[in-house]
Design a protein around this ligand. Structure first.
Ligand code: HEM
Ligand SMILES: [Cu+2]
Length: 599
């Protein structure tokens, strides 16, 4: 039965008397309440991705100074719109959907406290609109009304409405996360002896980091608001920065954990991966809990108020606890894919398990490209620039922007695009409007975006091009310092950025197009192959190789998955290590070139 407001038929799946149905791809027992909210948050996220993409175009075309689309004053407004739409709204609306998948859907439960999911949605949306309003109506008067960008550092004079809206948004997120936490509470009370599935466990770790982040955000934004309104006499600039980065860095780690959870799920459901060692993977998630918040200090590496010891300890020593955790996942996820596929007779040679994988499936391809590109481009550069000395050559340059587009775009956004495709097929039950283009889209987007990020890093490291400025190539305003040598590289940057934006636009077209015009898939015939014909076989075995609703169902004790070879993964790890070492040496070499002591 479909609701009167449901004009597109987006919410009209068939359920049994209790409101459940069994998904033919994942075998999850899906309750109507969970599915409907996943759809609602997911579709809303895509709208924000579209808005953010429009501003990606305007700012990229401004940084390409040969085009010089916007005036410097407008640039900040557009940059703020881009950053909030993408990093906050697109990603966090998706993350709420992922929490509902990782919790109630994986556990086969109803969504508890539906009112909180609904209220959270409305409050998050209201917060988003208010943030847009306060960004867009900025007058640019430096004494009262500056563009907030993401960071909104005190003592910049920023419209208090901005801080109010950010707090409203945070309250919305807290409400929206409540049904997930209640699900775990109920599950543990009803089944006290049962461990949570790995995916749910990971999602729970993300939720704990979210609580820490939200607290940091309330202190930073709440304090700044109190100061702006005159209730607090002062808010120390470096203390604000510390609190701000608890949320600024913390939210990135939520993205990281949410994305890793999706990787475990997608490689399992679509690629036939197994978890080789539950203990190892769970330990890695727990390491994040202990070490990840300290990483916030890597944003303060050039701040004068903090001692060198404090900075080094929090970033270069203790924080490696979190890096170590990521390296563990970087091994266990491909190893699980390799061993799982070998166990199912899909191995062959060193890399047969990889070459025979369902590469035409856009959900799978998005996740795998994300794993590779996030690791090689985002991960390695993150460790490099997180080191006190090397930070000197990265800090606030365009290379930093290249680093975080490798993490939040090549990693998170790409992964989440795959999640949207997955939701379209398995929850909206729609065929893709163009299976061919859908297969191609992850290739186009990840290729274009990888080049864009590399160009950002290249101009940043080799020319010291700063971030967050509209004009630098001609000269830095107020100086006669010219970086005109970088102009040809910006031509390359501009072109690859357009290419990447095209790949992103294609995603939005395919997603919205399929939701509006895609044929309905009848229950039972929901294979995940993008183009029925040639890959149906592959999709069928992806379905039959993972017909379970619990990632850690007891396996056959005589045929344990860890007994299968993982030598392909081992070789990949050695390649990764080699690239890491080369990048490390290269960065130190470049640092030594900055100035010659005693010359
Ligand atoms: C094709 C896609 C994209 C292109 C071409 C693009 C391009 C850019 C450019 C040129 C900047 C300005 C850098 C500066 O002047 O400092 C920027 C900033 C930024 N972008 Fe993107 N971007 C894209 C997608 C994304 C996505 C998907 C996300 C997040 C999920 C994202 C997050 C950000 C953030 C957080 C900033 C920094 C804003 C600040 O400094 O406060 N971008 N982007
Ligand atoms: Cu950080």
């Amino acid at each position: 039965m479909s609701h009167a407001l449901d004009v597109f038929g987006w919410f009209d799946n068939e359920y049994d008397g209790e409101g459940f149905r069994t998904c033919s791809v994942t075998s999850f027992d899906v309750h109507r309440s969970v599915e409907n909210y996943v759809k609602l948050y997911g579709v809303t996220a895509v709208v924000f991705l579209l808005i953010g993409g429009i501003f990606a175009f305007t700012i990229a075309m401004t940084r390409w100074e040969a085009i010089g689309l916007l005036e410097p004053g407008d640039y900040y407004r557009h940059l703020s719109m881009h950053a909030w739409s993408m990093l906050i709204f697109w990603i966090i609306f998706m993350e709420i959907a992922i929490l509902y998948v990782g919790g109630p859907m994986v556990l086969g439960r109803k969504l508890p406290a539906k009112w909180a999911a609904a209220a959270g949605y409305v409050v998050m949306l209201a917060g988003s609109v208010l943030i847009y309003y306060s960004i867009w109506t900025v007058s640019g008067d430096p004494t009262s009304d500056n563009a907030p960008l993401l960071t909104a550092y005190v003592p910049l004079e920023i419209n208090p409405l901005f801080y109010v809206s950010a707090i409203v948004f945070l309250i919305g997120v807290t409400l929206a996360a409540l049904p997930f936490l209640l699900t775990l509470w109920d599950e543990k009370r009803e089944n006290p002896g049962k461990t949570l599935p790995l995916v749910t466990f990971g999602a729970f770790v993300a939720a704990i980091i979210a609580v820490q982040s939200i607290l940091g955000g309330l202190i930073a934004f709440g304090g700044a608001l109190a100061w702006q309104l005159g209730y607090a006499p002062w808010f120390d600039a470096s203390i604000y920065r510390q609190w701000f980065w608890i949320i600024g860095h913390g939210t990135q780690q939520i993205n990281l954990v949410a994305m890793i959870v999706v990787w475990y799920l997608v490689t399992h459901v679509i690629g036939g991966a197994e978890v080789v060692s539950e203990k190892v993977s769970r330990t890695a998630f727990i390491l994040y809990l202990f070490f990840i918040v300290m990483g916030a200090a890597h944003h303060l590496m050039v701040d004068p108020g903090l001692s060198a010891g404090w900075r080094i300890w929090n970033t270069s020593y203790a924080f490696y606890g979190a890096t170590f955790a990521s390296l563990i996942h970087a091994f266990t996820i491909p190893a699980g894919l390799e061993a799982g596929r070998r166990k199912r007779g899909k191995g062959g040679g060193l890399f047969g398990w990889l070459t025979s994988a369902p590469w035409r499936n856009p959900v799978f391809a998005s996740s795998i490209f994300a794993i590779i590109l996030f690791g090689f481009l985002g991960g390695i550069t993150g460790v490099l620039m997180g080191q006190l000395q090397l930070n000197m050559s990265w800090h606030n340059t365009f290379a930093t922007v290249g680093h975080f587009h490798s993490t939040v775009v090549l990693g998170t956004t790409l992964t989440f695009m795959g999640v949207v495709y997955f939701v379209i097929r398995t929850m909206f039950m729609r065929e893709f409007v163009s299976p061919k283009l859908t297969t191609l889209q992850p290739y186009l987007y990840s290729g274009g975006m990888a080049l864009t990020a590399l160009m950002m890093m290249y101009v940043g490291i080799l020319y010291g091009i700063p971030r967050r400025t509209a004009e630098v190539v001609e000269n830095i305003p107020g100086t006669d310092f010219s970086i005109a040598g970088a102009a040809p590289l910006f031509d390359v940057f501009g072109l690859v950025a357009i290419f990447a934006i095209g790949g992103g636009a294609l995603f939005v077209l395919l997603a919205v197009g399929s939701l509006l015009f895609g044929d309905r898939i009848e229950p039972g015939d929901g294979d995940l192959a993008p183009d029925g014909g040639s890959t149906t076989q592959q999709a069928t075995d992806s379905r039959t190789i993972a017909p379970r609703n619990d990632l850690e169902q007891a396996e056959d004790p005589d045929d344990p998955v860890h007994a299968y070879e993982m030598r392909g993964t081992f070789v990949l790890c050695l390649i990764f290590l080699a690239v890491f070492v080369v990048a490390y040496i290269l960065n130190w070499f470049l640092l030594t070139q900055l100035w010659s002591i005693g010359a």
